[in-house]
Design a protein around this ligand. Structure first.
Ligand code: S6P
Length: 603
């Protein structure tokens, strides 16, 4: 937290840890006291709040309640996992490392596996990393929340990836220790210990793992975790589950959950690579120092608060007038743009056109398992050429365009793109990374700067420890933080958030259904039963529920909800007023800003 000079909320930094703070909720679902008023904050204050929230990731362990990122146990487990990875790298024919998750967790599995496979290829070594994302490759770029509830699908995809392998290190990522898709895979690994060693990455203590029955299964996430805890004693399974504090927007695990996933796995894999290829033993101190390098990433990034604030303001203005935000990126930083953009749909109920990412080189650069996905529809057009053909002709100065690159990228190409965009709009901005004292690209950089309304230059100190790969991973994390701030901040400014809750969430899986019911309880103060009833009325769009509707299971409800919009706001209005569904719908149409709509009805 070095360099933190903003005092608002510092005293509440640890408030969430108190035993009586939202005691029924796991950490990943709690609301963060730091962001209680984020919906009324200026762009600058939003960025400062996000900085404080992110700094909670590296808070020290206090007492025994929560393990933290830098806790002794976490560092030691990372060392053990790194040793297993080292063994696998040395035997790529028979073994592999598989990372799997849903939504953001699956997207990070992809990002991390791509990065480390690339590192292996550069050393002329065989690739050992694979990724699985619930819903398949289309979920890398779009919201696919339903497969998260399907444990069988998880097992099937795991078996497919591991065909013919004799040794598999399986890393299941579920920030909330909740996804049935991942629980199914972990359960499968536990039944086949001769091949699979399961590792669980998440951000709740084990006892907070979800204990809700999973359809047609004898296990819950919680019972799987318990079995893993038992095996962890003999290092036949590993749990890496530090708490990183509640998310800035409640439950939005794409933020800290995603960042912490990236940090933990990259630290473990980097240690394994260093041990294999540069004879650097895996040590406690080495792992700890590497984690601390990521802590400095936060400081380096947030030292640019003014620059980030400018971007949040610009993006917020675009969204407020129903225009768009475009990320045009190069290399893996572009992937972070694609990921951030794709998450706006499930997080803020946004349209895919609101925030879009594009990557130089398109699918060739992405190099995903299933190759080009362009045939799946317009939202899967992700190359810069697509931007030039489909978007540029209609671009106006109300749209915000963000160039995202790092010094080794092709700055000439960046300059060319900047000129093309500048012909259509002055609302062009750049985020770029450069090493301290690196003057090589500065001439071209000056040209780009002249074309941009704002330039966010993130300068990296030349640290002794920071190898090229570590620097690159730090730049990725830094980019993730900036883009998460831009898209979150812009949607907050657009009025999509109430206090620090997303009200207009999609109710497309069990986790989201439960979250929606809880939110309705909190905002209406009505009993759970009434809230669920109102939620179902909003899902099925009826004033009177039929027996068939009330007796269906959650999967049926969430399936139906896929085609319904504004479900939770509508349910809230139904609870707070005596209006019929049709009346409530028409009022909501007149006042689409949920915060104001809710305030209007509540007070
Ligand atoms: C959260 C994101 C979701 C989650 C997904 C998996 O911001 O929109 O898609 O990543 O639900 O969650 P978890 O807890 O299993 O990692």
């Amino acid at each position: 937290m070095a360099g933190l000079d903003w005092t608002y909320g510092v005293s509440t930094l640890r408030q969430w840890e108190s035993a009586d703070y939202e005691p029924s909720l796991p950490v990943s679902e709690k609301s963060n006291p730091l962001t209680r008023d984020i919906d009324q904050a200026s762009a600058y204050s939003i960025v400062k709040m996000l900085q404080l929230c992110d700094s909670q990731m590296f808070q020290e362990e206090a007492g025994t309640t929560y393990q933290r990122l830098l806790s002794d146990q976490v560092v030691k487990t990372l060392m053990e996992v790194a040793k297993r990875v080292e063994v696998i790298i040395k035997d790529p024919q028979e073994s592999c490392v598989v990372m799997s998750g849903c939504g953001t967790s699956g997207r990070l599995a992809f990002l991390i596996s791509s990065g480390f496979n690339k590192a292996l290829s550069q050393l002329n070594q065989s690739k050992v990393y694979s990724y699985i994302i619930a819903g398949g490759d289309r979920a890398l770029l779009s919201s696919q929340e339903a497969p998260e509830d399907d444990p069988r699908l998880g097992v099937l995809s795991l078996k497919k990836v591991c065909e013919g392998k004799k040794r598999v290190l399986f890393i299941g990522i579920s920030c909330g220790l909740s996804a049935p898709f991942v629980a199914g895979q972990l359960d499968f690994c536990l039944h086949h210990p001769e091949v699979y060693t399961p590792v669980l990455v998440g951000f709740n203590p084990a006892h907070q793992a979800r204990d809700e029955p999973i359809q047609d299964c004898t296990f819950t996430f919680h019972s799987v975790v318990q079995r893993m805890q038992e095996l962890a004693k003999s290092q036949k399974a590993f749990l890496i589950n530090p708490a990183v504090g509640p998310e800035a927007i409640s439950g939005s695990s794409r933020m800290k959950g995603g960042s912490a996933t990236k940090i933990l796995l990259e630290v473990a894999f980097s240690a394994a690579h260093a041990a294999t290829f540069s004879n650097t033993p895996i040590t406690y101190n080495g792992v700890l120092q590497h984690m601390k390098a990521y802590e400095r990433t936060l400081d380096v990034t947030y030292s640019q608060t003014d620059g980030i604030t400018t971007l949040v303001e610009a993006a917020g203005q675009s969204l407020r007038c129903s225009r768009h935000v475009y990320y045009l990126g190069w290399g893996s930083l572009a992937l972070l743009g694609l990921i951030d953009a794709s998450e706006c749909t499930p997080t803020f109920g946004a349209d895919y056109e609101d925030v879009r990412g594009f990557i130089s080189g398109g699918y060739r650069e992405l190099n995903n398992n299933d190759g080009p996905l362009t045939s799946l529809g317009p939202k899967f057009s992700i190359a810069h050429e697509d931007f030039l053909h489909l978007i540029l002709p209609c671009l106006t100065d109300k749209d915000t365009v963000l160039l995202i690159y790092t010094h080794p990228d092709d700055v000439t190409e960046v300059g060319n793109m900047a000129r093309r965009v500048r012909e259509k709009t002055p609302n062009l901005h750049a985020v770029y990374h450069q090493a301290d004292g690196d003057t090589a690209a500065s001439l071209q950089q000056d040209d780009i700067k002249k074309l941009c309304l704002s330039t966010l230059k993130i300068t990296w100190p030349r640290e002794a420890l920071a190898s090229g790969t570590l620097q690159h991973m730090q730049r990725e994390l830094s980019t993730k933080l900036v883009l998460n701030a831009v898209s979150t901040g812009a949607h907050v400014l657009k009025g999509k958030i109430y206090q620090n809750h997303m009200i207009d969430l999609q109710v497309t899986n069990t986790k989201l259904y439960r979250r929606a019911t809880r939110l309705l309880q909190k905002l209406s103060a009505c009993p759970e039963e009434n809230c669920e009833e109102a939620l179902l009325k909003a899902i099925y769009r009826v004033d009177m529920l039929t027996v068939e509707m009330t007796s269906s299971d959650i999967t049926t409800h969430t399936c139906f909800a896929r085609n319904s919009t504004k479900v939770v706001p509508l349910a809230l209005v139904i609870l707070l007023t005596s209006w019929s569904l049709v009346e409530a719908e028409s009022h909501l149409k007149q006042q689409p800003i949920v915060r104001e709509a809710v305030a209007q009805w509540m007070w």
